[in-house]
Ligand binder design. Structure first.
Ligand code: COA
Ligand code: AMP
Length: 647
């Protein structure tokens, strides 16, 4: 059975300009059409948007649906049960597993029955702290089936980060695994989950643990349960759990992301708008037609993993690829090209950092030539600035378009892109592209005035946000308003600085807050400062992101040591590196500490982090007019030049 009921490719009807104009002329009609064509509703929405609900309105408020039904059941019911839904390709364990729609549905029903047995139902939260295994997707989809809200936490985060998320989202249950596998080591997840439950003020009463053959975890009787034992029993019982009918506005998941302060923000994603948006994005931006295979080289702990490894491909009836490996070293820098060729991916997504890592190992771009990439249409990059050298290398090596897009966890799908599905545009390298239908961008000055093309300011999205974007933060409407809506009335502030050119192509210049992107992983320098400042030898500190050839940015700590302390600088540095690893996780890649006698500050006492960053990167800068004492700047430069050798 085919995909006749799916919407036709927008490109067939006039390309990007026509699609954007159609959306702009009738945004509600545009999205209602997509909603009725792309989603199988239990009760079709009659209202596209309710401007009175939530902090800025809600999409499809009277629609009734279930995301798991759209991801699995409807495809099986349509006779597509034997198609491959998910491929787990794991060079780190030497395994390859293909799950069909029917097979995945069986597993998801069984796990949903298990969750229901723990008393989990609509609106309950489940934290998933797992490596890149199919069971992670099974747990996500089982929650979706029941109307429970999942919150996946990236495995590279440490116990304290996990505990913060547990305390905010208050799960009834946590699902974890005995271990994750990094090329250099086996990461024991279970002890991190145990430690998080000790640290949390609101620990859940139960934990389900996937025992992996590489490392067995100890289970605490009464609290911890073995995944395989539960799943085998549920499968044997032939559990058949129906999909819970949900309002389109009910939350599907909460995904935490870093902000300015130490407290991560719980981005809420609803069911209805999310399905409409990701199915549209997969087709319009990534050029993936229903039933095709898409490879997103990300982790399920990030938004890309949610939108384009699991939900996007499955809602669209295609195939998602779950890759448990790295861009290089598992076994070589041709890994992505092998995956694309072997699994027939028509497009792929990765972070520029991964492409830089591949390029470093394969500078002449020889490895793509070993694989049949004839069906492959384009490589998409996002998550951080894509530099021209990296994009040009990939274009030459692949002989395919390499297309940038700009988006954020909060929005859930690309805001600006060069859309393959709508027709590729002539976009200069290093600029993501044009606003996608659904998003209206303005560049605003500090007083909220709309700046003309070419002028730099804060990029803001006109309200209402598109379907799929966050309706609010978890249990924090007022934090949502304060963080995103208060600065520019009528807009959502992206906290990205940038500009538009006369033809509407956006340039993204960097964050206006304390967020940095390390290898495409979003982290808060403010949070790192809290950890560094807590060390007894530290009088004062600032953590800023320095340019890094591979990772795009890495955090650097400027530390003013307390007077009269006995510890050496080397010992303090070692302790700080260990503290960040322990508190935030290895993914922070915090290794560099610069000891200084004082920090540059404004007369009102604010640390001039931007200036520190410019000195670090060696970029020309003007001495800020507000600086308390300009003599501090040469001191910083001297400390950088003469400081202890750093890795
Ligand atoms: N679980 C546990 N630990 C993890 C982890 C996970 N899921 N992911 C990463 N880590 C650890 C790594 O083992 C490493 O630890 P180490 O300091 O002990 O070596 C640390 O976190 C940093 O890892 P990573 O960011 O992978 O850096 P790297 O130097 O090993 O590799 C790149 C560099 C560029 C190859 C890699 O960062 C990469 O593939 N980046 C692209 C990421 C991406 O696709 N992001 C998309 C987000 S949308
Ligand atoms: P995340 O929420 O992890 O997806 O990170 C979002 C942030 O990453 C954005 O606010 C930008 O600062 C940055 N970002 C994402 N995509 C791009 C891009 N294509 N170019 C420049 N910066 C980007």
């Amino acid at each position: 059975m085919g995909f006749e009921h799916f919407p036709k490719l927008a490109a067939e009807r006039g390309g990007y300009a026509a699609a954007y104009a159609r959306w702009k002329a009738d945004p509600l009609g545009f999205w209602m059409e997509r909603a009725l064509l792309g989603v199988d509703w239990f009760e079709r929405p009659r209202t596209a948007f309710d401007p009175e609900a939530g902090p800025y309105g809600r999409w499809f408020p009277d629609g009734i649906c279930n995301t798991c039904h759209n991801a699995l059941d409807r495809h099986v019911a349509a006779g597509r049960g034997e198609r491959v839904a998910l491929i787990h390709d794991s060079p780190v364990t030497g395994t390859l597993r293909r799950l069909t729609y029917a097979g995945l549905l069986r597993e998801v029903k069984a796990f949903a029955a298990t969750l229901a047995g723990f008393g989990i139902g609509k609106g309950d939260r489940v934290v998933i702290y797992m490596p890149m295994v199919p069971e992670t997707a099974i747990a996500m989809l089982a929650c979706a089936r029941l109307g429970a809200i999942h919150s996946v936490v990236f495995g590279g985060f440490a116990a304290r980060e996990l505990a913060h998320r547990i305390d905010d989202v208050r799960p009834k249950l946590i699902v974890t695994a005995s271990c994750g596998i990094e090329p250099s080591r086996t990461v024991a997840y279970k002890p991190l989950a145990d430690r998080a439950l000790e640290l949390a003020r609101h620990p859940p009463g139960a934990m389900i643990v996937l025992q992996r053959p590489q490392l067995a975890a100890e289970l605490r009787p009464g609290r911890d349960h073995d995944w395989h034992a539960l799943q085998d029993a549920a499968l044997a019982a032939g559990a058949d759990v129906p999909c819970t009918p949900l309002a389109a506005t009910d939350p599907l998941y909460v995904l935490y992301t870093s902000g300015t302060t130490g407290r991560p923000k719980g981005v809420v994603r609803d069911n209805g708008g999310h399905m409409v948006a990701i199915a549209y994005a997969l087709e319009a931006v990534y050029g993936v037609k229903p039933g095709e295979t898409f490879f997103a080289a990300s982790d399920l702990g990030w938004v890309v993993g949610h939108s384009f490894i699991v939900y996007g491909p499955l809602v669209q009836g295609g195939t998602g690829i779950l890759y448990e490996g790295k861009p290089v070293g598992t076994p070589d820098a041709g890994a992505f090209w092998r995956l694309i060729a072997e699994h027939g991916a028509v497009s792929a997504f990765t972070a520029p950092s991964a492409v830089r890592a591949i390029r470093r190992e394969d500078p002449d771009g020889l490895l793509p030539g070993r694989y049949d990439l004839s069906r492959f249409r384009a490589l998409f990059v996002s998550g951080e600035h894509a530099d021209a050298a990296t994009v040009d290398w990939a274009r030459r090596a692949l002989g395919k378009p390499v297309l940038d897009q700009w988006w954020q966890t909060e929005i859930g799908w690309p805001i600006a892109a060069n859309p393959l599905g709508l027709g590729i545009l002539d976009v200069p390298v290093g600029q993501p592209g044009v606003a996608m239908p659904g998003h209206r961008l303005d560049v605003l000055g500090p007083d909220g005035t709309v700046l003309p093309p070419g002028r730099t300011g804060t990029i803001a999205l006109r309200l209402p946000l598109a379907p799929g974007a966050l309706p609010t933060l978890w249990n924090a409407d007022s934090r949502f308003r304060d963080t995103y809506l208060a600065e520019f009335p009528g807009y959502y502030s992206t906290s990205d600085a940038g500009r538009l050119d006369a033809s509407g192509i956006v340039s993204v210049l960097g964050r206006t807050d304390d967020v940095i992107n390390v290898s495409g992983h979003r982290l808060s320098t403010g949070e790192m400062e809290d950890v560094v400042a807590a060390h007894p030898a530290v009088a004062e500190c600032a953590v800023v992101g320095a340019h890094d050839e591979l990772k795009g940015a890495v955090p650097v700590g400027f530390v003013v040591p307390k007077l009269g302390i006995a510890e050496t600088e080397a010992a303090i540095r070692e302790a700080l590196v260990a503290a960040i690893r322990e508190a935030i996780g290895p993914v922070a890649a915090f290794r560099r500490v610069v000891f200084v006698a004082r920090l540059p500050k404004t007369r009102s006492g604010k640390v001039l982090r931007g200036t520190l960053r410019q000195i670090l990167d060696g970029t020309p800068f003007e001495v800020p007019a507000t600086i308390e004492d300009p003599a501090v700047l040469p001191e910083i430069a001297a400390a950088l030049a003469t400081g202890m050798p750093q890795p």
